[in-house]
Ligand binder design. Structure first.
Ligand SMILES: Nc1ncnc2c1ncn2[C@@H]1O[C@H](COP(=O)(O)OP(=O)(O)O)[C@@H](O)[C@H]1O
Ligand SMILES: [Mg+2]
Length: 375
């Protein structure tokens, strides 16, 4: 049986293993099968890999199945390079395109604005396809080239890439339209000097590039979009929503970015620049209210806890307070401006009370705050 499988050496091998769990297949066979599958994908798909390409969908489904089977049957191989290529493709085809361009020697472009090491990764036609922020160059890290080295109040330095991913995942149903963000490993030599002591791949967040985008600051933006961004910012306790971290795509739709300073352990200095906009003084639309009502706070907390392992129970409690406050205030007809004003700089001192841990206590506490706050 093994010989036959080894001879076949294609992706069916892996899928068939589910039906033949007793078959012992070597790691090399699995790796080769993945490599073969990956090179077949590359050969059969000329031009650019991007999520919008319909013809990629069935191939992505296959890749997903294969990766899932390997995770289940051969967990040790799950992180190997050959499996990772398929995994990346299944999750975010832009990452595959970036990988292929890098293989061709197309260098990423360094972004000058901002505090992190941020790079536009190009496709094979040398157009930006993704934004990569290596963890080793985040604000506060030793490798930061913009001179921001050392502790930053309220920020877990070197872990911002995790926040970028979690903000994307928490933006359920793409409600605020955070561009797709995954955690990726790309060849280090394109982003910094490769020394013998450092691994060849460097980890970071990879976000789908929003073409022809402009910053929202100083540009017209719809009330609905601004308010959706506000809802996201409340839930992730964003410490960095200035309006250059909100893009407008070519259709004028808001695309919130840069969530490394959100979802931090102690959300100390919230920043909601949208408070300056009169649209946030308008009541939430029916659609937004329905979304807020459906927010599953416990599900969100589980996701945060799983994806940011350094978060403790007491850190997590902050997000619970924020989520429940949003739900309660929206139900009472509060506007995003009123909620934001209440939260900003007062979240730690006024709203979040770590001594209240049971649902009933939190509920009573928030009720009291909302009733007593002048708005
Ligand atoms: N997904 C994206 N699509 C298009 N442009 C982006 C995207 N992400 C970032 N940019 C551009 O790069 C700049 C810096 O990125 P940002 O994530 O804000 O990094 P920093 O943490 O350094 O502030 C942004 O202001 C924006 O102009
Ligand atoms: Mg920024």
């Amino acid at each position: 049986m093994v010989t036959r499988l080894e001879q076949t050496n294609n992706i069916k091998v892996i899928l068939n293993l589910k039906e033949h769990p007793s078959v012992d297949v070597s790691a090399t066979v699995i790796r080769d099968a993945c490599e073969n599958f990956f090179s077949k994908i590359c050969k059969n798909v000329p031009g650019k890999f991007y999520s919008g390409r319909r013809e990629l969908h069935p191939i992505r489904q296959d890749a997903r199945k294969v990766v899932k089977a390997i995770k289940h049957l051969y967990p040790d191989l799950y992180s190997s390079e050959s499996v990772r290529k398929l995994r990346d493709f299944a999750r975010c085809p832009e990452l595959t395109e970036a990988f292929l361009a890098l293989q061709k020697g197309i260098k990423p472009k360094k972004v000058d604005i901002g505090n992190s090491g941020t790079y536009f990764v190009l496709d094979r036609q040398k157009r930006p396809i993704g934004v990569f922020k290596p963890k080793d160059q985040e604000a506060g890290t030793e490798g930061n080239r913009k001179g921001i080295i050392g502790p930053i109040r309220g920020v877990e330095v070197g872990k911002c890439y995790q926040r970028e991913r979690v903000a994307y995942l928490l933006d359920r149903h793409h409600f605020a339209r955070v561009p797709k963000t995954v955690i990726a490993r790309l060849p280090r030599s394109y982003f910094e000097e490769q020394t013998a002591r450092k691994p060849e791949l460097t980890k970071g967040s990879f976000q789908r590039f929003v073409p022809s985008a402009i910053h929202a600051r100083g540009n017209p933006i719809s009330t609905e979009d601004l308010q959706r961004t506000a809802v996201l910012d409340f839930r992730i306790l964003n410490q960095d929503r200035h309006l250059k971290n909100l893009l407008l795509d070519k259709k004028g739709r808001a695309r919130p970015i840069d969530h490394g300073f959100a979802l931090q352990l102690d959300a100390l200095d919230l920043r909601f620049e949208w408070l300056d906009y009169s649209q946030t003084k308008e009541p939430f639309s029916k659609k937004i209210l329905a979304y807020i009502e459906k927010i599953d706070t416990e599900k969100d907390l589980k996701l945060i806890q799983r994806r940011i392992p350094t978060i403790t129970k007491s850190n997590l409690l902050r997000f619970k307070f924020a989520s429940l406050l949003l739900k309660k205030a929206a139900k009472r007809g509060w506007t995003p401006h009123q909620i934001g004003t209440l939260m900003i700089n007062r979240f730690e001192s006024h709203i979040f009370d770590p001594s209240k841990t049971s649902d009933a206590e939190i509920d009573r506490h928030l009720e009291k705050i909302l009733t007593n706050s002048l708005h």
